[in-house]
Write a protein that binds this ligand. Structure first.
Ligand code: AN7
Length: 353
């Protein structure tokens, strides 16, 4: 183990020792103790270079693209993958093409894609249509390198969150990992990381993986609930947590396997509980996350209420993206503001208190 962040675990990454990483020092994010519940810890992935967990997988996949001499990279995205692709492609001197749902991407993410110089292709429809467009293009045009989480190098990078949590918990694993699930790459990546820790003899237990979806975009929660072995996509997914507004998750098989193999679950929560969780995290724990990230806390609360998690169990909630990604979302918190004339502050404030 040397250095910090994703490349600290290069022994677990699929590259020869002399590989030249394309990196922005991603990873090594804080694990805070939460004041909201005993035993609950918060893995703050919003503190990665482009402010989401996507950077973990992007550093590894872009390093592979660079190694192969790629000059053009492409992805479909609800926004965070696009932001991360744009930044790492810029770092690697590559052109980036990002396909996003037209009119449905949070402002901060779009700002990042623009800032880093991506070609932004707005697809009429949702994420699912955008991903289909990308896969169709690639079936006839091999000049693009695909960066969605069907790319195994993304999964290899994202699994390193498990290694960090193990180190941050003094080389032990939590009872439960709870995290939001959209296209479903992350839940299978983190589960892979914990299995590798166990298979390397570094731990003798593994956590239960509890994935959380938004009620209006929960094909995996439904498949898990009904014990299905086939996914029934949600035709037009609805949630204000736009990062996980996905009706047909591409990694659904691996996600179901991770939930079942780990004796965990995939559940869904309402947008109102996501909003409440987002506000509590910001106003009690001081951690500002975007709506999809807050689904972790909303899911934790539901799992606790339903006995999927016992009080006192050690739980890590993965907070996947920073709150600045979606500034419009916080207008629903209720703003506490006043305007004063110059020289009137004392009078106005005393009236206010
Ligand atoms: C903040 C945030 N939280 C959770 C997820 C779900 O992770 P996966 O289940 O691995 O997809 C996403 C996913 C975003 C994209 O899929 C994209 O950017 O295209 C996210 O941005």
């Amino acid at each position: 183990l040397r250095g910090r962040g994703v490349w600290r675990y290069s022994a677990f990454l699929p590259f020869p020792e002399d590989v030249e990483p394309i990196t922005l020092d991603e990873g090594w994010t804080p694990l805070h103790v939460s004041k909201l519940a005993g035993g609950l810890r918060l893995k703050n992935e919003g503190l990665n270079p482009t402010a989401s967990f996507k950077d973990r997988g992007m550093t590894v996949a872009i390093t592979d693209a660079h190694r192969r001499g790629a000059s053009k990279v492409i992805c479909a995205s609800t926004g965070n993958t696009a932001a991360s692709v744009a930044a790492y492609a810029a770092r690697a001197g590559m052109r980036s093409y990002v396909l996003v749902p037209s009119g449905a991407v949070a402002k901060g993410k779009l700002a990042q894609a623009v800032a880093h110089g991506a070609k932004i292709v707005k697809v009429k429809g949702g994420f699912d249509e955008a991903l289909r467009e990308v896969l169709e293009l690639l079936s006839s045009d091999r000049s693009f390198y695909l960066l969605n989480s069907v790319n195994p190098y993304r999964i290899e990078g994202q699994k390193t969150l498990a290694f960090e949590v193990w180190e941050q918990l003094d080389r032990s694993v939590p009872d439960v990992i709870v995290l939001p699930v959209g296209n479903a790459g992350n839940i299978s990546a983190i589960w892979k990381g914990f299995k590798e820790l166990r298979d390397a003899g570094l731990t003798d237990s593994t956590p239960r993986m509890i994935g959380v979806q938004a009620e209006g975009a929960a094909p995996l929660a439904r498949a898990f609930e009904e014990g299905l072995s086939e996914l029934r996509p949600v035709e037009s997914p609805q949630t204000y947590a736009t990062a996980i507004k996905i009706g047909s998750p591409v990694s659904w098989r691996r996600a179901l396997m991770a939930a079942r193999e780990s004796h965990g679950a995939i559940i869904s929560v309402g947008d109102d509980s996501i909003l409440e969780a987002q506000r509590d995290l910001a106003r009690v724990d001081g951690v500002f996350v975007e709506p999809a990230s807050a689904a972790s806390l909303a899911g934790y609360r539901r799992a606790l209420a339903e006995g999927l998690i016992d009080n006192g169990e050690k739980v890590v909630a993965v907070l996947t993206g920073h709150g600045l990604k979606d500034p419009d979302a916080v207008m629903r918190f209720g703003v506490d503001e006043m305007e004063v004339e110059p020289g009137k502050l004392r009078r106005e404030l005393s009236a206010y208190q």
